[in-house]
Design a protein around this ligand. Structure first.
Ligand code: NCD
Length: 301
């Protein structure tokens, strides 16, 4: 097996060609599990999550399991971090063990400068602070392309609602959706507005300002752990920015809903909307395994 030492820290680390090949591979991966399982017997995926996770870690691990890749899951609580070793040193130790692929989630921006030289292990960003979450954007866009039965998002209007300032999911999605041709509206109270917006993006302050023809609303969780003292009231937020069933039904019958999870029901989204037939939230979770499997397969190629 040849290890390619790929670094996928941002959606920008993948070319348009690589992204469309990954989407193609995600659609076809279900027919390849057995073949890959034989080929990958010696391969190891290591997951190092220094922040909590349900979907991202488990879907990477599920994808690896299906591909026949062995999984070593690092747990900070039972590691030498409890003896004072810091995060960077810990990551360097994991890299010294030379897994074929290391998936890292941490609360600051990933920076390979501090890493030991290891061009044998691919490194994938599983979400770094407020910066990026490339595999979430890949799976969200894959979910949309499948739903619209399209190769791109040209002509589609997407609204991302909530704490876009601190959300790594929003940051990666804005980049990838724009590359795929979508026009994007960000709806947020002033405290969560982005300061340096580029590309086909408009910033709005209320649901009522969205065009009725909107195709997609993506709700995101307020990143309470990253607010650094900013004042945030959940019930106020729900009143003004929560996707209630009334607001949803006003948006037009074509509009679908996404949420990367974890969902705070009754804060950014109502349970009835989350379970609505036009909610693709479960689809996102399922597609997470396919897209991450395609990416692991690509890194092991
Ligand atoms: C997000 C994350 O951790 O970045 N969730 C995810 O990975 N599916 C979003 C969040 O924490 O709000």
């Amino acid at each position: 097996m040849i290890n390619t030492g790929k670094r996928i820290f941002s959606v920008d680390d993948l070319s348009d060609g690589e992204i469309s090949r990954l989407f193609f591979a995600s659609r076809n991966i279900n027919s390849l599990w057995q073949h890959r399982a034989k080929k990958n017997e010696e391969a190891v995926l290591m997951t190092a999550f220094f922040e909590p996770s349900t979907r991202t870690r488990l879907s990477f691990e599920m994808a690896a399991h299906r591909l026949g890749v062995r999984i070593l899951s690092f747990h900070a609580g039972s590691s030498s971090m409890s003896k004072g070793e810091n995060e960077d040193e810990t990551i360097n130790n994991l890299l010294a063990l030379k897994p074929n692929i290391l998936v890292i989630r941490q609360s600051k921006k990933l920076d390979s400068q501090g890493f030991i030289n290891n061009d044998e292990s691919a490194i994938i960003n599983g979400g770094d602070g407020t910066n990026e979450h490339p595999t979430q954007a890949l799976l969200d866009c894959f979910t949309l392309l499948n739903y619209f039965k399209a190769d791109n998002l040209a002509g589609k209007q997407v609204a991302i609602v909530g704490d876009v300032l601190h959300s790594r999911v929003a940051h990666s999605n804005i980049k990838l959706m724009a590359r795929l041709g979508a026009s994007i509206s960000l709806i947020a109270p002033n405290i969560f507005k982005m300061t340096n917006c580029r590309g086909p993006i408009q910033q709005l302050s209320a649901y009522e300002e969205i065009n009725e023809e909107i195709d997609v609303v993506m709700c995101i969780r307020t990143q309470k752990e990253r607010l650094n003292g900013l004042c945030f009231d959940e019930s106020d937020f729900y009143k003004n920015y929560g996707l209630t069933i009334d607001r949803f039904l006003k948006l037009g019958k074509q509009c679908i809903v996404l949420h990367p999870g974890p969902m705070n029901l009754g804060v950014e989204i109502d349970q009835v909307v989350a379970r609505h037939p036009r909610s693709l939230i479960n689809q996102q979770v399922q597609n997470g395994v396919l897209v991450r499997a395609a990416l692991l397969d690509y890194c092991l190629a």
